[in-house]
Every structure is written in structure tokens, then in C-alpha cells.
Design a protein around this ligand. Structure first.
Ligand code: EPZ
Length: 419
């Protein structure tokens, strides 16, 4: 298995190109099941999860052409297999996003339950309850979701008891082909949802309330072709903002959008990081000390849970203490023991962690456990004295395109050691 070696202590400066958003690309690819297409997605990131989703959609019968050089993915054809098998779904939870489109268009789907992952059990009950409200019959048999709607889905008023990005995406996609009107109340408002709605509109869907927590979808009988640009990855941008901040450098995040970062911008500024919007993207620098800053993860526009591990790494070398509370997932502190091995002072109990800043971290061999925890160890390694080896970097490749190349290009002493 590949490892990444970092020799810390160098400040970063230059431009990092921000790739298309992983968490936009995956649902956008699933929309291809709703139409014969062709659907062409531009600004497509080259990520392991995108390859996994391409494989899943291909086994459903779609033609998927991913041109890495041109950064486009073109999807066409109609599904002829309505089953998403366990061996694919277990690799990537976002596979469950084929459920809504398949039931809406073909009246049936057999999708493996995704199971949990390192950060939590991650049930899909909200997805299933909403589809039942729209007239689907749902049975769980041998670890599979068996969903049927022989007369098609009917519009309904879906009120989510808690905000769920995936459930909002599944129901939004399903509602585009349901008979009648669907209202989604307490919908997630992440930029990836807005991007998905924009793409569905290009395909011919009729959606109101885009960007709000109340979406109204007027079902149509069919959807057509479209070309859609994928938004830049706000979590990748936030991650590299933390890289500039933790090393005391100045970096331009090429193509990043301030409005997509929500509360992350305010928290970074409170911590002493300068974030400025420019023509080419976001300019991030840190000239003075870092200040310990409390943060609580929330659905967008709150502080993103996908930025929690990265911000914790930053707080490890801040002046004073920071209370970090994770409200979205039940087990998203697996980076704590690894950061502690590097000399960080962190205590956590339940959903809250107290970080007491130290003057220097020390490089060490550490273990990556999940996507965002892995990158927090890279950030700590950039600031640490000495050498850090991050093991199991396949987690990283799921969500970060060429992370070591992008960081090396702006001055980091970082390289991938083939496994
Ligand atoms: C999406 O996951 C993202 N993944 C996650 O990013 C992100 O952390 C999460 O949204 C929150 O922003 C993709 O977009 C592919 P949720 P999702 O449904 O949709 C509970 C990354 O690092 N819940 O908003 O699975 C759930 O357990 C990944 O890029 C239910 O209880 O997240 C969690 O506690 C990690 N029942 C909370 O809701 C359900 O039916 C939020 O989950 C669905 C969710």
C-alpha cells in the first residue's frame, strides 16, 4: 500500500488548482440513470470514488466515458440491470444514490444496504421512509433494499426530521420523474445539492426553492440531454486553506468560491487566517500567530463536518485552546490518537474534543483511517519537525486528486512512496 512521506517546516506559497467537487460529481453521475442522455459533466475530478461510481453505473448498463485529460465524463444509454451489488456498494456509500433514480424511472431497484463505515453506522432510513411516502414498497432482504413502485412514484410532502445530504439528493432526483408535485422540507442546502438541482434543471426537471431548505419539484414524464460543469470542491479548498495556515504561507486556491465555504471562512478568520476573494479564487495567508477557536460542525452553511479533522490539525499548533464539537457523525475523531502521536495535546469525550495548542509537532509514522482524518495527518506533517510517514493513503485518493503533487508544487517537501 502506498505511503506518503512529508518533511515538515516549510511554508507554502503559490497557486493550488482546486478540482471539481467529489460530493457533487457522485450524485451528478447518478442523475444519468434518469435519462438516456447523453449527460456530459465538465470539470470532473480524477478520483477513486469517481472511478467506483463509473463502474457501478456501467454495470447498470450505462455507457460511461471518463476523459481524464479533458476532465469530462459523458454518460449515455438506459439502465438494463436494476441491481447495485454488495461488492460495489460496500466500497462507497454514495452508491445508494442510484436507488431514487432507478425506482423513479424503472419502478424497481435492488440496492445493497451500504453498511456503515469508519465514521459511523450511517443508516439510510430517511431515504427509504421518503420513498415509501412517494408510493414505493420497500423490503430489506438479505442485506438488500428491494424497492418497487409498479405504477411509478407519486409526488408527496416529505419532511426530513434531520438534515441529510444523501436523502435530499435521492428524493430530489426521484421527484423529477414522479407524478405530481413533491415538496422536500428541511432539505440539505449544501452547494452540492444546489449544483445537483441546477444539473437536473438542465436535463429538463422543474424545481423551485433551489438553495433553500424547501424544494418544490414538479414531476415530468422524461428528461433529455445536458452538459453541466461540476462546482469546485469546497472541502479540498478548505483543506488547502488549512495547509497554508498551518505552515504560515500564502496560497491562491485556484477557482475556489468564498460562498461555498459557509462558516468555515469566519472560523478561519477568527483563528487568525486571512481569506480574501480574488478574480482567480481565494487567497489564503497567515502572517501572525494562530488563535485557538471553538467550532461546532453543522449542516451547510454551518461549519462542515468534512472540515473538522483538518481544522483540528490547525488548532494543534494554535495559541491557547479550542473546543471542537462533532454533531453530525458519531465516530469522527479517529485522527485524534494519530495527531497525539505527533505531540498534539487533545482530550475528547463523546462528541467534543479539547485541543491545547503546542509550539511544535514532531514527525512520526501515522495511520490513515478515513478520508478526512488522512488529510489532517498530512497537514500536521507539513507543520511538524522532522519526518512523517502516512500509511494507507488509499483513503486519500478517494477524495483528493494528486495531493502530494499539488502540495509539492507550492513548496512542500512531500512524496509518495509506492507500497
Ligand atoms: C454526505 O454524506 C457526504 N458524502 C459526506 O462526505 C458528508 O460528511 C455528509 O454528507 C454530511 O455533510 C457525499 O456527499 C458522497 P448525511 P451523507 O445523510 O449523505 C444521518 C466525505 O468525507 N442519517 O447528510 O451520507 C447520518 O448517519 C464524506 O466526503 C440518518 O440517520 O450524509 C449522519 O449522522 C464523509 N439516516 C447524518 O444523518 C439517513 O437515512 C448526516 O448524514 C441518512 C443520514
Amino acid at each position: 500500500m502506498d505511503r506518503i512521506r512529508i518533511r515538515g517546516g516549510r511554508s507554502l506559497s503559490g497557486t493550488i488548482p482546486i478540482s471539481g467537487a467529489k460530493n457533487a460529481a457522485l450524485p451528478l453521475m447518478a442523475t444519468a440513470l434518469l435519462t438516456d442522455g447523453p449527460l456530459t459533466l465538465t470539470n470532473a475530478p480524477d478520483l477513486a470514488d469517481v472511478v467506483t461510481m463509473s463502474g457501478l453505473l456501467s454495470q447498470h448498463g450505462l455507457t460511461v466515458d471518463h476523459d481524464r485529460k479533458a476532465r469530462t465524463i459523458t454518460l449515455s444509454g438506459a439502465a438494463n440491470n436494476l441491481e447495485a451489488p454488495y461488492d460495489l456498494v460496500r466500497k462507497m456509500r454514495a452508491s445508494v444514490l442510484v436507488l431514487g433514480p432507478l425506482v423513479a424511472r424503472f419502478g424497481r431497484a435492488r440496492v445493497s444496504l451500504p453498511g456503515g463505515c469508519a465514521i459511523g453506522t450511517r443508516p439510510v432510513d430517511l431515504h427509504l421512509q421518503a420513498l415509501e411516502q412517494m408510493g414505493a414498497t420497500i423490503e430489506i432482504t438479505a442485506g438488500y433494499i428491494e424497492a418497487t413502485a409498479p405504477d411509478g412514484l407519486k409526488g408527496a410532502r416529505v419532511i426530513f426530521p434531520q438534515v441529510s445530504v444523501g436523502a435530499t439528493e435521492n428524493i430530489l432526483m426521484a421527484a423529477t420523474l414522479a407524478q405530481g408535485t413533491t415538496e422536500i422540507v428541511n432539505a440539505a442546502r449544501e452547494p452540492e445539492i444546489t449544483d445537483l438541482a441546477a444539473c437536473l434543471m438542465r436535463l429538463g426537471a422543474r424545481i423551485e426553492g433551489i438553495g433553500t431548505d424547501r424544494l418544490i419539484v414538479e414531476g415530468v414524464t422524461s428528461l433529455g440531454p445536458a452538459v453541466h460543469p461540476i462546482i469546485p470542491d469546497r472541502i479540498e479548498a478548505g483543506t488547502y486553506a488549512c495547509a497554508a495556515a498551518i505552515t504560515g504561507g500564502q496560497v491562491l486556491l485556484g477557482g475556489a468560491r468564498l460562498d461555498h465555504l459557509g462558516a468555515v471562512v469566519r472560523i478561519l478568520r477568527d483563528a487568525g487566517v486571512d481569506v480574501a476573494e480574488t478574480e482567480g479564487g481565494l487567497k489564503v495567508s497567515r502572517l501572525n500567530g494562530l488563535r485557538g477557536t471553538d467550532v461546532m460542525t453543522e449542516p451547510f452553511p454551518g461549519f462542515a463536518t468534512d472540515m473538522q479533522a483538518q481544522f483540528m490539525a490547525l488548532m494543534c499548533v494554535a495559541e491557547g485552546a479550542a473546543m471542537i464539537t462533532e454533531t453530525i457523525f458519531e465516530n469522527r475523531f479517529m485522527h485524534v490518537p494519530e495527531l497525539t502521536r505527533m505531540g498534539a495535546r487533545i482530550n475528547f469525550h463523546g462528541h467534543s474534543a479539547i485541543v491545547r495548542g503546542v509550539s511544535r509537532l514532531s514527525g512520526a509514522p501515522v495511520m490513515a483511517t478515513d478520508l478526512r482524518a488522512s488529510v489532517s495527518l498530512i497537514l500536521a506533517g507539513l507543520a511538524a519537525q522532522g519526518e512523517t510517514i502516512v500509511n494507507r493513503v488509499y483513503h486519500l485518493d478517494r477524495g483528493y486528486e494528486r495531493v502530494e503533487e499539488k502540495l509539492a508544487a507550492i513548496g512542500a517537501d512531500i512524496e509518495r512512496l509506492p507500497g
